[in-house]
Design a protein around this ligand. Structure first.
Ligand code: ATP
Length: 833
């Protein structure tokens, strides 16, 4: 191992104030390792040997990123199978030996190692092995390391394996599983002889007692040489951007310093290794040592990653420009998180309209417009995406020039690929051997038993499934058919009802019962074949048309999995090839956005030079239609406004979502759609309307939303928004005259205070200067308050307000929402960029 150069890259850890764990001498309790706690807490002193470091702050800083500060209460570095501490000369970290000391478990912060495991030492030979890998803990039966976790949150777990030859045999013949609660981290793991394997996992720990379980499958014991477990800074994984991070673990597969050299753990604040990007198909290395403005990206990758890039070779002849492709070995048919790091260091200014493309497995996936992230050089930004590997075992990532970009270029600085391990349903670990090898079971006999058990379980599952299917078929309402007699069509004839359909091959459940809900399941990127859409819309039948917008004609449709959809079709030939490509990139992002108050894009089809978008079907049409024709009570109107405000607020707030416009720019009553429970969802967001600075556009949305609010309270749709706003303004000057323009249908039920609050909200939204307008979060808050006032008034004056229907309808909605939330929690996913 290389010696550490602490002055250059070391990290300083300041222990918590006044915390010095004292050994507890209660012998009746579990024996745990108290000495190590003192050492773990005092890690800073060993790490940096820096005597002026005091124990009076609770921060971790790096020399490079002075602004970075985060607490690290959980910090375990364990030298397994030995009672001796080992100092890693590279990083200065001390891996604590497994010595037993008595300590009160309830007050301890530490770990317990498996008592029935044994330790093993490498037989001496001539090859130099780092001290950390000269000992291992062996597990002859299922065994656990237990950790007492002080602070819940995102942790990094590294398991070190080095299969050596010991007096107990050669560890490379071990075969075992490793799991943590809810996740199988390693299955049928078989470390190679004399090779260091470091398996790295990013996981959320929300329990005070965290366990890592080792389960030998084979007569040979499972083993482990060292453990690292520590809390990550808050900035590390922006929560909720893609998925619910609590329900998955990320297992590092590749980490490349693209266009640069190897970066070892010494130069990384989280002790990660970054490898060079071997053998990309084209491009050249580019280095720039200018300082990087890292901000929140400081811990995501070291500056060295941003200071080098692989850049597309330039050529005056555009037809000679070629993409750069990296081919990475992956597991077949698995899910991966791709993290691409970009930093504009290439010597040209960041130009507004210049962009380039990113392709996954040769499919255009994202358009990268550096200017949209930062309009200056040397500022990093990151693209995250979830992909499915196919059965080739190779995943291709390419970058290349975009046809309609004025400047042809493409670059990449860093690349990380992590396998996504999803939460398992509770059940036994696969093929786990529970007994000591000396017991009489032979290897094949164990396998036979396991297989018999599996067969029994599968048989039972199959039987239950058959019963469930028979039951479902018998009870299910009449199934819609693919003809004009489909029972939910045409919409004018039949609203409501209909069957629910779930978990289609297009991802999550989008049937009528789920259309009021956000999805907990993240859909795949969905291309739907043209033929299927032809069938779904009865060959684009004119009788199935439900509307027409800028994008084209909108049809009702029924996919062959029973899912009801709205199908938007452009005029064939309207879009150029490049428009289609650009649109596709954006669509791939929109496909991942799921929010309870945004209409989900389910899939698309771009065959035959046209683009067809497929959305979840909104049973009750647009808010605009309802303002004209139906009698929504005041509470329903408020709830619709609140739902729409939530959707818009989510778009605005999702500023972490790079790659799509998070301004709606098309806020109007006809873009607020209602599902069968009158839950409002914004539609028509995201598709390439990025003009002008973000904040200004956002405040335009707020203004337009103010107009929607006026329409809602007046019960009419503005032909001319300016005129309506002026009318509102003049009414509001005459205080107390607001009732004059309230929809006569709701006049008798509306509470004065609720109306006043609503009026104030409208006033704020319609302020002339964008700067003076509130953000959508504030608008939402005000509307919720108006709703509370109305509900409060109904409760206190039940007879003076005509509210019978109001309460009933509102309760029904609340119940529906509650039911949905229980089924689909957590509700908000932002799976864009
Ligand atoms: N997901 C959907 N479910 C049910 N009906 C829909 C859906 N999407 C659109 N519609 C219907 O199709 C009509 C046209 O929708 P579209 O979004 O294409 O245009 P628009 O928003 O009304 O107009 P513009 O494109 O000018 O903004 C809507 O007014 C609505 O009646």
């Amino acid at each position: 191992m290389m010696p550490l150069a602490p002055a250059k890259f070391g990290m300083r850890f300041f222990g918590p104030r006044g915390r010095c764990p004292t050994p507890n001498l209660n012998p009746s309790l579990d024996t745990v390792l108290s000495v190590r706690l003192t050492m773990i807490r005092g890690l800073s002193l060993h790490l940096f040997g820096n005597p002026q470091v005091g124990l009076d702050t609770h921060e971790l800083r790096t020399n490079r990123f002075q602004s970075l500060a985060f607490t690290v209460p959980d910090n375990f570095f364990i030298n397994c199978g030995s009672d001796t501490d080992v100092t890693d000369n590279n990083t200065g970290r001390i891996f604590i030996g497994e010595r037993e000391t008595e300590m009160e478990a309830s007050s301890s912060v530490g770990f317990i190692f498996p008592k029935h495991g044994s330790s093993s030492e490498k037989e001496s030979n001539h090859s130099p092995t780092p001290p950390l890998y000269q000992t291992a803990r062996l597990f002859h039966a299922e065994s656990e390391y237990k950790f007492r976790i002080e602070k819940h949150g995102y942790h990094l777990l590294r398991l070190h394996f080095f299969a050596f030859s010991s007096s107990e045999g050669n560890l490379s013949s071990s075969l075992f599983n490793v799991s943590v609660p809810g996740f199988f981290l390693l299955n049928n793991f078989n470390p190679q002889y004399n090779k260091t394997l470091i398996e790295e996992f990013f996981l959320s720990i929300n329990t005070n007692n965290f366990r890592i379980t080792f389960s030998p499958i084979h007569p040979n014991p499972a083993f482990l040489n060292a453990i690292e477990l520590f809390l990550l800074p808050n900035t590390f994984i922006p929560k909720g951007r893609f998925y619910d991070y609590n329900s998955m673990v990320f297992h590092t597969s590749h980490r490349l310093n693209v266009g640069g050299s190897d970066i070892n753990m010494v130069n990384d604040s989280l002790w990660r290794n970054w490898q060079i990007d071997d053998h990309p198909s084209a491009g050249h290395k580019f280095q720039n040592t200018s300082p990087i403005h890292e901000g929140n990206y400081a811990t995501l990758a070291p500056s060295l990653v941003y200071q080098s890039a692989r850049v597309m070779n330039s050529s005056k002849n555009h037809s000679k420009l070629s993409n750069i492709t990296w081919q990475l070995d992956v597991k077949k048919n698995a899910k991966y998180l791709v993290q691409l790091d970009f930093c504009h260091i290439i010597g040209t200014p960041v130009l507004k309209n210049s962009h380039f493309n990113v392709y996954f497995d040769n499919n255009l996936s994202h358009r990268i417009t550096p200017y949209d992230h930062f309009n200056q050089t040397c500022v990093p930004f990151r693209l995250e995406s979830v992909v499915d590997s196919d059965d080739s075992g190779v995943f291709k990532i390419s970058i290349g020039p975009a046809q309609n970009s004025p400047h042809k270029y493409a670059y990449l600085n860093g690349l990380e690929l992590m396998e996504i391990i999803e939460k398992t349903s509770p059940g036994p670990m696969p093929e786990v051997k529970q007994n000591h090898p000396s017991h009489s079971h032979s290897h094949w006999y164990c396998h036979l038993l396991v297989h018999l058990k599996l067969l029994a379980i599968l048989g039972a599952v199959a039987l239950v499934s058959v019963i469930a299917v028979v039951f479902f078929v018998c009870l299910k309402p009449k199934k819609p058919k693919h003809d004009q007699s489909v029972d939910w069509l045409p919409m004018e004839k039949k609203r409501g009802g209909g069957s629910s359909h779930s978990h289609s091959r297009y991802g999550s459940s989008h049937g009528s019962s789920s259309s009021s809900s956000s999805r907990s399941h993240v859909p795949n990127l969905n291309k739907i074949p043209f033929d299927e859409l032809q069938v779904a819309t009865n060959n684009f039948d004119q009788n199935w048309v439900i509307g027409m917008g800028c994008f084209g004609i909108v049809y009702k449709g029924l996919l062959n999995n029973g899912l009801r959809v709205a199908v938007k079709r452009t005029e064939p030939g309207l879009l150029q090839q490049q428009d289609l490509l650009d649109l596709e990139a954006e669509i791939n992002i929109l496909l991942r956005i799921r929010h309870r108050h945004l209409v989900s894009l389910i899939g698309y089809c771009n065959e035959k030079s046209e683009m067809i978008l497929v959305y979840e079907y909104m049973e009750k049409g647009t808010l605009r239609d309802h303002l004209y024709s139906s009698k929504l009570c005041w509470i329903q109107r408020l709830e619709i406004c609140i739902g729409a405000a939530r959707g818009l607020n989510y778009l605005h707030k999702g500023s972490s979502c790079r790659g799509i416009s998070n301004v709606h720019s098309h806020v109007k009553c006809s873009n607020i759609l209602l599902d069968e429970n009158n839950v409002a969802k914004f539609s028509d967001f995201g598709l390439s309307r990025k003009v002008g600075p973000f904040d200004e556009n956002m405040k335009c949305d707020v203004y337009s939303f103010g107009i929607v609010l006026v329409e809602v309270v007046c019960g009419r749709v503005a032909m001319d928004a300016k005129y309506l706003a002026a009318e509102w303004g003049s009414i509001c000057k005459k205080k107390g005259r607001l009732e004059e323009i309230v929809d006569p249908c709701i006049k008798c039920e509306i509470d004065g205070e609720s109306l006043t609050k609503f009026g104030e909200t409208v006033d704020k939204c319609l302020r002339k200067k964008a700067f003076d307008r509130p953000c959508m979060g504030d608008v939402l808050w005000d509307l919720e308050y108006a709703l509370q006032l109305q509900r409060g008034a109904i409760q206190s004056k039940p007879h003076s307000l005509n509210n019978t229907n109001t309460i009933a309808s509102s309760k029904t909605q609340e119940l529906a929402i509650l039911k949905h939330d229980q089924l689909n929690s957590p509700v908000n996913y932002y799976s864009g960029l």
